[in-house]
Design a protein around this ligand. Structure first.
Ligand code: ADP
Ligand code: ADP
Length: 229
């Protein structure tokens, strides 16, 4: 039983003359616990696919199954609940609250989650044990993104969805952030999807999907992914 399964997803934005086909008949299956990377040129549909699989957006056609449940059959309230309980998101921008420390930013989530880890556990997992009481402005970009990852995983989500988590970072810092994501995936077993342009991640992933023009053009399975540093 895969963690996520999608059948024949299409997504059309707009109408009439300005119709954009963002996804054209995408089917995929993500095994539980895997780290899957989505590569592809800008505009190829990566964010659209990630947003639909994470319950942030709905497809025009097709179905998404999450464990035993059909996500695409949920109404908006159910979908909001599902995202809050089960999905951790990380985006290019960290969106930390500047007046709160790293620990306090993560605690905002753990205070309302059903079955959270502690903020300290989450921050340790991403290598920030020594920075918990720093404010965002006292942290580097890579460290701020690792706080955002800690915030996303602290509720122990079933999946972690990362949309260009290294987009605002230089490539060396980006690798440190990607290694933190890979470590979370290995240690917690959280099914993880990552959109990135950083080619270094392909070696850490279990599976690499290459998208072009709203379709998955190629799937590469990595039998022996590198352990994160
Ligand atoms: P990627 O993440 O690979 O850059 P996107 O999924 O963001 O690709 O976009 C796929 C296509 O859909 C692009 O042509 C983009 O301009 C279009 N698109 C994405 N979101 C919207 C939207 N909210 N409204 C209209 N068009 C959109
Ligand atoms: P990416 O960095 O993945 O390429 P974009 O910068 O294309 O993402 O898009 C960022 C957000 O803006 C996306 O979540 C998408 O929903 C929205 N978006 C993208 N293209 C359009 C568009 N043509 N019209 C409206 N919204 C868009």
């Amino acid at each position: 039983q895969p963690a996520i399964r999608a059948e024949n997803l299409s997504k059309i934005y707009g109408s009439g003359e300005s119709r954009v086909y963002a996804l054209r008949g995408v089917s995929l299956s993500v095994p539980r616990g895997e780290m899957v990377v989505l590569l592809g040129p800008s505009g190829s549909g990566k964010s659209t696919l990630l947003n639909i699989l994470g319950g942030l957006d709905s497809p025009t056609e097709g179905q998404v199954y999450f464990d035993h449940e059909e996500l695409t059959a949920f109404d908006d309230r159910h979908l909001t609940w599902f995202r809050r309980e089960y999905v951790g998101f990380v985006f290019q921008f960290y969106n930390l609250i500047p007046s709160l420390t790293a620990r306090e930013n993560v605690a905002l989530v753990t205070e309302i989650a059903q079955d959270p880890m502690t903020p300290e556990q989450a921050l340790e997992l991403v290598g920030l044990a020594a920075r918990m009481d720093h404010f965002p402005a006292q942290l580097s970009g890579g460290e701020q993104q690792r706080v955002a990852i800690a915030r996303a995983i602290a509720k122990q989500p079933r999946v972690l969805m990362c949309d260009e988590p290294t987009g605002a970072l230089d490539s060396k810092t980006g690798i440190v952030v990607l290694e933190a994501i890979a470590r979370v995936n290995r240690e917690l077993g959280t099914t993880t999807m990552v959109i990135t342009h950083n080619a270094a991640i392909a070696d850490m992933a279990d599976r690499v999907l290459s998208m072009a023009d709203g379709q998955i053009q190629n799937t590469e399975v990595n039998a022996q992914p590198c352990a994160p540093a």
